[in-house]
Write a protein that binds this ligand. Structure first.
Ligand SMILES: [Zn+2]
Length: 279
């Protein structure tokens, strides 16, 4: 196929995914108070979430329709003062996010696991990595995942001037559009370090800021079992989980997903991606 045809096909697939509507998508958003400037490592929420064991599902049969996110007008993304930390919606919805990729060593096996269980996730990619591996973004599009903007080179935005921040974000949205077939609607600041310019420029570029609720700290390579435990202990409706598919040795992250994903599903969690709704 010609490139344009490929893009058209991906856009059609994306549109199809969007048309699945609330049945497959978490949509409501809950602003939080993430302010820490540690690597996406420390919890953006500050205090760690309360430990809570997985329990048998009492929600599996709950209707998934009726989510009520604050709708926004197309082209007018609100300028937030803090990132969103979780999603809300009826039932046990959780969102898995993978940052810093794509990396051909770790992203494909993560995609394989997501495909095996037929769930969708979010990938906050860096523009530089995306430019090197556009085929992985194409695969994300084909398989219904959501790609977000994680800047071009993963700098600490709070050290940069407005012009550099814009460049980091805009170039990344451009490369995502080219490889994925649509411009990103979400962004995440490297290290969870947000500032006003990042919120303003993100909104100008049509993106909502999404942080996370549960940090697996997988980048510290604490062991697969520890990563699995952090996800399962942090599991709760609306939780957004942070992991990484690049930026270092990530085989623990790959192996952990193979264990916690089926456990979440067995516990009745609906693992999916958030969806922005427009009026
Ligand atoms: Zn990152």
């Amino acid at each position: 196929m010609e490139k344009d045809q490929l893009l058209t096909r991906r856009r059609a697939l994306l549109a199809g995914a969007a048309a699945l509507g609330a049945a497959g998508v978490a949509s409501a958003l809950v602003p939080g108070t993430g302010k820490r400037a540690a690597p996406e490592s420390a919890s953006a929420a500050g205090a760690p979430p309360a430990r809570r064991p997985l329990r048998p599902s009492e929600y599996r049969l709950s209707p998934l329709t009726g989510y009520g996110p604050p709708p926004t007008t197309p082209g007018r993304t609100p300028v937030r003062r803090e990132p969103l930390l979780r999603v809300s919606g009826r039932g046990r919805t959780m969102v898995l996010t993978f940052d810093d990729g794509p990396d051909p060593r770790y992203t494909p096996p993560i995609l394989d696991t997501l495909a095996r269980y037929e769930v969708r996730a979010m990938f906050f990619v860096c523009g530089g990595m995306a430019a090197d591996h556009p085929n992985l973004l194409a695969r994300m599009a084909d398989e219904g995942h959501v790609v977000g903007n994680h800047t071009w080179s993963h700098p600490l935005l709070t050290d940069l001037g407005r012009h550099r921040i814009r460049s980091e974000m805009e170039r990344t949205s451009d490369v995502i559009e080219k490889a994925y077939g649509a411009r990103p609607e979400w962004f995440r600041a490297p290290y969870g370090a947000w500032n006003r310019a990042a919120f303003q420029l993100g909104a100008e570029l049509g993106m909502e800021p999404l942080a996370w609720t549960v940090d697996t700290l997988d980048w510290t390579t604490p062991g697969t079992r520890t990563i699995v435990g952090r996800v399962e202990d942090g599991a709760a409706p609306g939780v957004v989980v942070l992991s990484h598919d690049a930026g270092g040795e990530r085989s623990q992250s790959v192996r952990a997903l193979r264990r916690y994903l089926p456990a979440l599903l067995d516990s009745g969690y609906h693992v999916t991606v958030p969806r922005r709704q427009y009026v």
